[in-house]
Design a protein around this ligand. Structure first.
Ligand code: 7RM
Length: 654
């Protein structure tokens, strides 16, 4: 196995309008190239200048990058700052009355919070945390519904130097337990219940259950925000209502000055094997990455209304809701709920109502909304939009074109942003006023990101052939270590194969003749059909290009002759076919793939479902599909599945 074959051909390209380019923060390719050149000439000075320009330091740093203990890199490590101060206090004089957050709840109720009000709430809550004797270095689990309070809880931790670990509200008691045990958390912040798509989510009950499990005896208190009128089981002495905790607290809270390298948060991310990894981020480098990339990639300027549809339980909600926008004094929409409740027009209605100008969502949401109403956006006034973004997985060109034309009215650049929990901030994406886009490509690395695509020996691959995506120089927002497991950090991300020199992202990718990066999927997802190494992404894109197909996931199953055979799981735009209709449709799709990309990629087997198994953040669980394809019993944990009942459908042979 040397390189990966690339079979996807996409030749469309879209440049920003003159008007967009002229007004952009990074305007035109020359500016982009100049920035890249500056990073090339003096890498440390490049980052140091940004760090001085964008961050308010309590004590300036004198050192930039310390690589003496590589790969445990340090940035700005004699500098002192507070992240919450950078997100709130420093804006108050100029932007105190500006809106920080427009919150729309699950039931459509809207509230506006100004920067001074957000500052007040963060200080009150931070003082509440201090009254529980929580301080610098203590770990705090946040298990909250989406809303202003989730941001307040994170910012309050940052303010007092406590290390937060947000657990997505859809996770089970077992997941909460694992994170409490691994971090030895002293405090859990939750709500009595959450609301999602009209249904209540029993958050407090789940915490109660987690705390009966082994390994949770470090938890001293549970702070409970009252989100609904529903009650909560109460353990006197341990449980405290949020509103009681802040009663009588001061509205001023002096920020705790932190060393740039002090941990800001831990966020767990699951790997393909083994237990979730506690990705540990720093105060200084992380804040710089989130702040700078928000400005460059989203081209945020005063007057914009920005909306990222992620949940704070994911890294996207950390960097592009809680930290990046606030550090830039931006006005943002946040929402509680799901894209399809009360109906599939929720996003479009909200964009119209709140005059959103920058909209950032996931390909999986885009595809599900195409399936539920491809013409719905036309019924709303989306003329406020000027920039669109995607994150989380490769976007297939079909969905990209729909997003571009139907949502963006063919006038908004799309920033396809490649990054990871581990990178902390966007690494590869078009700067929208400079880089022309191509549907399905995340385009070029940001200035200062030294990315490459290499083979197993670490040598760069030829344009057109795929390989491992690596980043060759450490950068400020890179993960510092895996909490409690530095050895695993080294082995996973700076493997010996590349002499421990490159950050290995775990994705496969190829570059075209213009140097554009095309992500082909996770390295573990690669297929090997008759000696041809194929990325799953390209076959999936070909399937979705068929007008009848809404979504597709492709995996391999062992095959006597070919080594691996392609198995495709398909969701149609219409009803799920069964019997003869399913057989006919499968035959049609096999021909379609053969015609679109060639016989080599033709699925041997096609299964139809009403949906695909996904993690709560929308990533397809291919490992599970591999078991189904092989006809094995499912042994994986399916507790995080949004829709477990569809596994039976997908297992049904035609
Ligand atoms: C931000 C986030 C990381 C993995 C990453 C990729 C995939 C993310 C894109 C993408 C193609 C993109 N963090 N991924 N963005 N693939 N194009 N624009 O998603 O830690 O949860 O996932 O997601 O495989 O390695 S994450």
């Amino acid at each position: 196995m040397s390189t990966l074959e690339s079979i996807l051909k996409e030749t469309r390209s879209f440049s920003p309008s003159d008007d967009f380019r002229q007004k952009a923060i990074v305007s035109g390719m020359e500016s982009y190239n100049t920035l890249c050149e500056q990073a090339n000439q003096d890498y440390e000075a490049f980052w140091a200048n940004l760090a001085r320009e964008l961050i308010t330091w309590h004590k300036p740093f004198s050192r930039v990058l310390d690589d003496s203990a590589a790969p445990f890199f340090k940035w700005f490590d004699d500098g002192e700052l507070n992240v919450s101060y950078n997100c709130l206090d420093r804006h108050l004089a100029q932007h105190g009355h500006s809106t920080a957050i427009i919150f729309e709840a699950d039931d459509g109720k809207v509230s506006h919070v100004s920067y001074s009000e957000l500052h007040r709430r963060v200080c009150l809550f931070a003082n509440g945390l201090k009254s529980l004797n929580i301080g610098k270095g203590d770990r705090v689990i946040i298990y909250m519904p989406m809303g202003v309070e989730a941001v307040v809880a994170m910012q309050a931790c940052a303010r007092i130097g406590a290390i937060h670990s947000v657990v997505f509200g859809g996770f089970s008691a077992g997941a909460v337990r694992d994170r409490i045990a691994d971090t030895a958390a002293r405090l859990v912040i939750t709500a009595n219940e959450g609301l999602r798509g009209g249904k209540s989510v029993p958050l407090k009950a789940t915490v109660d259950e987690a705390l009966t499990l082994e390994g949770c005896d470090t938890v001293e208190h549970v702070v409970v925000y009252q989100r609904t009128n529903g009650g909560a089981h109460w353990q006197e002495g341990r449980d405290i209502w949020w509103h009681k905790l802040i009663e009588g607290q001061s509205e001023q809270c002096e920020p705790e000055w932190m060393n740039a390298e002090d941990p800001l948060f831990i966020l767990y991310t699951s790997g393909s094997t083994g237990k979730p990894k506690g990705i540990q981020h720093s105060c200084g480098g992380y804040l710089l990455g989130a702040t700078n990339s928000f400005r460059w990639v989203f081209d945020y300027k005063p007057g914009d209304v920005y909306w990222c549809t992620a949940d704070v339980g994911w890294i996207t909600g950390h960097s592009y809701i809680c930290y990046g926008p606030l550090a830039n004094a931006a006005t943002q929409v946040i929402f509680e709920g799901i894209p399809t409740y009360p109906d599939a027009a929720r996003f479009w209605r909200m964009i119209e109502q709140h005059k959103v100008s920058i909209f950032y969502t996931a390909p999986t949401a885009i595809r599900s909304l195409i399936k539920l109403g491809a013409d719905l956006p036309k019924e709303y006034d989306l003329s406020s939009l000027r920039l669109l973004g995607t994150v989380g997985e490769p976007i297939n060109p079909e969905a990209w074109m729909w997003y571009y034309e139907t949502v963006g009215g063919s006038r908004c650049p799309i920033v396809d942003t490649w990054w990871q929990t581990e990178t902390g901030s966007i690494q590869i994406a078009p700067l929208p006023g400079a880089v022309a886009t191509k549907p399905g490509s995340c385009t070029l690395p940001l200035p200062g990101v030294i990315a490459d695509i290499v083979d197993e020996s670490g040598a760069p691959v030829e344009p057109g052939s795929g390989g491992f995506l690596v980043i060759k120089k450490p950068f400020p927002s890179l993960v510092r270590t895996i909490w409690n497991d530095p050895e695993r950090f080294k082995k996973t991300y700076f493997p010996e194969e590349f002499n421990g020199q490159y950050y290995l992202a775990g994705d496969s990718a190829h570059r075209d003749e213009n140097g554009y990066v095309w992500i082909m999927g996770r390295v573990d997802d690669v297929l090997n059909v008759s000696g041809h190494r194929l990325g799953t992404m390209e076959i999936e894109s070909a399937l979705v290009a068929n007008p009848l197909v809404a979504e597709a996931a492709v995996v391999g199953k062992p095959h006597d002759v070919k080594g691996e055979a392609v198995v495709a799981f398909v969701v149609l735009k219409g009803a799920r076919p069964t019997g003869e209709a399913a057989k006919k449709m499968a035959a049609e799709l096999k021909n379609w793939v053969a015609h679109e990309i060639g016989k080599i990629a033709q699925p041997d087997d096609i299964r139809f479902g009403e949906n695909l198994p996904k993690t709560r953040s929308g990533k397809i669980m291919r490992r599970l599909l591999r078991s189904i394809a092989k006809g094995e019993a499912i042994t994986q944990d399916t507790s995080t599945l949004e829709n477990p009942q569809i596994l039976d459908q997908l297992a049904e042979p035609l």
